[in-house]
Design a binder for this molecule. Structure first.
Ligand code: TYD
Length: 203
């Protein structure tokens, strides 16, 4: 059995990542791939706790935040990602370790260190679809869909800092896509670029 593929969608809040991930997963399934869709923070106990703390405005230090996200990822990798990869499936995840690099990096931690530690602990993604967008456009999208701008994670200066770290990460597994386009145009571009990377013969 061939090992599957790990494809992560990344970007700042409001970049359109979740919509595009869903469309990509459908397109990949229709093209005959065995796709599993997942995401972080997870829907398991640790991920739920992270969301609760974000909602209630619980103040965590950057280091505590880092620990929570890493712990959530450990369980995610062990229970969902690894088994699916071992079964030859395409794992499409809404956020993975580059989110920790960018978000906790923007909280003041050493992002190169988080990146190095993550790459040594967790499976490397075969591909990261990184949706890049101006933070003010992203915030406008969050507001227009009636979203609440959550404390800490979704404020403008903070999202600017997150976007800056995303821009600074230099890895060959990253496919950067300018996300200020229609959902249809983006969908087509993402599918073409992923397929171009993996080649037509890959199962
Ligand atoms: P998000 O993708 O918005 O999840 P949902 O739409 O299901 O609420 O992620 C929640 C927030 O968590 C988001 O603002 C980014 C942040 N985050 C980190 O700060 N570090 C991480 O490692 C991850 C995975 C997410």
């Amino acid at each position: 059995m061939n090992r599957g593929r790990l494809i992560a969608f990344e970007g700042i809040d409001g970049c359109g990542k979740s919509t595009q991930l869903e469309r990509f997963a459908n397109n990949a399934t229709n093209a005959g791939h065995d796709v599993v869709v997942t995401g972080e923070p997870t829907t398991g106990p640790t991920g739920r706790r992270i969301r609760e703390m974000a909602r209630s405005g619980t103040a965590l230090s950057p280091t505590e935040e880092l620990r929570w996200f890493i712990e959530d990822r450990r369980v995610h990798v062990r229970e969902v990602i690894e088994p699916a990869l071992a079964a030859g499936r395409w794992v499409v995840t809404d956020r993975y370790f580059l989110s920790t690099v960018a978000y906790q990096g923007a909280r003041g931690l050493d992002f190169e260190q988080i990146l190095a530690d993550s790459e040594s602990e967790f499976p490397l993604p075969d591909l990261v679809v990184l949706l890049e967008i101006d933070p003010s456009v992203a915030l406008e999208r969050i507001r227009s869909r009636g979203g609440v701008i959550e404390a800490v994670f979704e404020q403008k200066e903070f999202l600017e800092a997150v976007a800056e770290v995303f821009r600074a990460i230099d890895r060959s597994y990253i496919e950067r896509i300018h996300a200020d386009a229609t959902a249809e145009a983006l969908e087509a571009e993402i599918f073409d670029r992923v397929m171009a990377r993996f080649g037509p013969t890959v199962g």
